[in-house]
Design a binder for this molecule. Structure first.
Ligand code: C5P
Length: 478
């Protein structure tokens, strides 16, 4: 059996060894024995160095849990002033039962040291793609796959640009390109950088690639006198989101259900540069599409012009006018459930000009309005291909219930979600909603089903649960 002289190791390793031994209350020699025993028991070492096989790549994340069953989080620390907060993040993640392993970019090491990260994480901090110690078994592949979640905090503009374009010229970017695990990004940068068109393009690309984002928050920046959006989300917020992402997936209560959702306003052209629109943000429809997809439904979202990213796992089709929306809705049939959350313009300009209308000294241009097709009524009254459940929305500013009931009868939908959008309610464009659910089977004197004030995400989750219940009841009775 070979013997090892600890004195011959280089200084950095000796310092790390001493620290580890002091923390575990062992002598340095005993600590080395423990490390060697652990290494010999590690399957990758026992079996010899080799990259992950395709079957290992596709294993669910839970197979990569740390030996004690704790979820494994790889924390990539980017080079920004917010890197100091990532040290606190290590602790917050550990408080939530995670096993944390850190990777630092070269720039990050100007702000915090690998030694601090290793000491807090209780594991070696990886820094170099060409480090023989971390590459002994294709380390970047192992770090990329042998995790339940990868968190990048702070994610700098440069790191995000590299990710969006698939660069892999250092350990952090190589891990991010090689991973098939969920990734959570906590951007932090100067507000000018965050608002730059290039960063916006990269953020949109990363969202399309399925990367989750938290922050950045608004507030004061490290640069004196500067404020705006660009501060990294707080460690507590990031750790809470990470814990949510690590939870087992929700039951797929809508699996096998085809669902169609409309959202947002429509734009009705007056001429090539002007249009009639309304204040709908599309947030409620997008939240419903996301919640349905999360519950396993096969979702098509048809949206008017809104400033929202496509929800993950949702086929999203963008349109402008009511007539385009109807056209796409018809193409998306047949579906099992259709939810019409769009604020479709009731009228369009009959004589929309092909050229920009000129301002003259004479009278105002006459705008003649004609009625748009009613998409909800058209689909509710289809003789063939009618979805089994058709849900409309009624945004009202007065007589909420009475107006919603007559809308349900007039349009022929099965359910109406009535919401109060009177000026003081803050619903239009806001994040919260107060809704009442009215169904066709309610007797006339039935008290409306009033939901408490909720976020639009919670309204979406509640609606999806109600739909799943209705489908289950229907299939049990048929
Ligand atoms: O605008 P109104 O209150 O009539 O909208 C009620 C419901 O009808 C909503 O679900 C909306 O999406 C739908 N609607 C539609 N096509 C229209 C107008 C409204 O699908 N042209």
């Amino acid at each position: 059996m070979a013997s090892l002289t600890v004195r011959k190791l280089d200084d950095e390793i000796k310092a790390a060894l001493k620290l580890r031994a002091a923390k575990s209350g062992r002598s340095v020699e005993d600590e080395v024995r423990v490390i060697l025993r652990e290494a010999a028991e590690t399957p990758a070492l026992a079996a010899g160095a080799r990259p992950a096989s395709p079957s290992e790549m596709s294993r669910p994340a839970s197979h990569h849990r740390a030996p004690n069953g704790r979820p494994r989080v790889t924390l990539i620390i980017g080079g920004g002033i917010a890197a100091y907060k990532s040290l606190d993040l290590i602790r917050r993640l550990k408080d939530r039962g995670c096993h944390v392993r850190c990777v630092m970019t070269r720039a990050a090491q100007h702000f915090v040291t690998p030694l601090s990260a290793s000491a807090l994480a209780d594991e070696h901090c990886y820094t170099d793609l060409f480090d023989s110690r971390s590459e002994f078994d294709a380390g970047h592949i192992r770090l990329a796959r042998d995790s339940d979640l990868i968190v990048i905090a702070p994610a700098t503009a440069d790191l995000m640009a590299k990710m969006a374009h698939g660069h892999a010229d250092d350990l952090a970017t190589a891990i991010l390109l090689a991973t098939n695990r969920p990734v959570l990004l906590a951007p932090a940068m100067n507000p000018m950088m965050w608002n730059h068109a290039a960063t916006k393009r990269n953020v949109a690309q990363l969202a399309r690639d399925g990367i989750a984002l938290i922050g950045p928050n608004a507030g004061e920046m490290a640069e004196a006198g500067e404020a705006g959006t660009g501060r990294m989300a707080e460690p507590l917020e990031i750790a809470t989101r990470a814990a949510t992402m690590l939870r087992p997936p929700r039951p797929q209560i809508l699996s096998g259900t085809r669902m169609l959702v409309t959202a947002g306003p429509t734009h009705e052209p007056i001429d090539p540069v002007r249009y009639i629109a309304n204040r709908s943000s599309g947030k409620q429809g997008f939240a419903i599409a996301a919640a349905a997809a999360n519950a396993g439904a096969d979702v098509t979202l048809i949206s008017g012009p809104v400033d929202l990213d496509n929800p993950i796992n949702v086929r999203t089709i963008r349109v402008e006018s009511a007539r385009d929306m109807l056209n796409e809705v018809q193409k998306a049939l047949p579906v099992d459930v259709a939810i019409f959350a769009a604020a479709v313009a009731d009228w369009r300009v009959a004589n929309a000009g092909a050229q920009k209308i000129k301002k003259t000294q004479a009278d105002m241009p006459p705008l003649q309005l004609v009625e748009n097709p009613d998409i909800l009524a058209t689909i509710s009254k289809l003789p063939r291909n009618r979805p089994t459940l058709v849900v409309g929305f009624a945004a009202e500013t007065e007589n909420l219930i009475a107006n919603a009931r007559s809308k349900l009868a007039r349009k022929g939908s099965d359910w109406i979600v009535a919401n109060d959008v009177s000026p003081g309610s803050g619903v239009m464009g806001g994040d919260r909603n107060t809704v009442h659910l009215i169904t066709r089977d309610d007797p006339p004197d039935h008290a409306p089903d009033v939901w408490p004030v909720m976020t639009k995400d919670d309204v979406a989750a509640t609606l999806v649960a109600r739909i799943a219940q209705a489908i289950k009841k229907q299939s049990a009775s048929s």
